[in-house]
Design a protein around this ligand. Sequence first.
Ligand SMILES: Cc1cc2nc3c(=O)[nH]c(=O)nc-3n(C[C@H](O)[C@H](O)[C@H](O)COP(=O)(O)OP(=O)(O)OC[C@H]3O[C@@H](n4cnc5c(N)ncnc54)[C@H](O)[C@@H]3O)c2cc1C
Length: 165
Amino acid sequence: MTTHDHDWLVVGTGFGGSVSALRLAQKGYRVGMLECGRRFRDEDFANTTWEAAKYYWFPKFGMKGVFRTTLFKDIFVVSGSGVGGGSLGYANTLYRARPGFYRDPQIAGLADWERELAPHYDEAERMLGVVTYDEDAGRPPAQGVRGVHRPRRDVREDARRRLPR
Ligand SMILES: Cc1cc2nc3c(=O)[nH]c(=O)nc-3n(C[C@H](O)[C@H](O)[C@H](O)COP(=O)(O)OP(=O)(O)OC[C@H]3O[C@@H](n4cnc5c(N)ncnc54)[C@H](O)[C@@H]3O)c2cc1C
């Protein structure tokens, strides 16, 4: 019988891939992750966008930064690259969908999405360490602006303990 090193291979280590890999590993599967971008230490990030080789992802030209741009016929996509994917360079704002999203006729009749999604938002916010942005004290709070300083230490340490080396 063929043996394998992994039960699951997850392609991409961004927000989606990392959560998938974590949950599979927590269930006891042997999980491998494939990532085409590089691993970044704090000192590897570009300080300004002028440091193009560190900021943009154009590997053909030796540029292996976090910011990938992809041009299709009708659309231009900006996304992340590197271990961590979009989390390496995203804007740290974390919103819940507004009421209009749940009323969209394409999904509204299928379930009570606000109730269905609420526990998943709670868990994502817990894991990402979401806090309400309060730097503009004195001004009326922007509607639903939520952000993150850093993943909470206990969550990071818990993930580190559980993941296979
Ligand atoms: C500049 C910017 C700011 C943003 N700000 C916010 C924000 O404030 N709040 C918010 O909620 N969202 C924000 N987003 C959006 C958010 O980052 C994305 O929705 C999220 O990263 C998507 O997660 P993902 O797992 O689908 O993909 P990604 O996080 O992009 O991960 C995909 C990973 O797969 C890798 N990959 C791709 N192809 C291959 C391959 N063939 N082989 C191996 N690896 C591969 C990529 O290198 C990347 O690391 C922002 C995005 C950008 C670009």
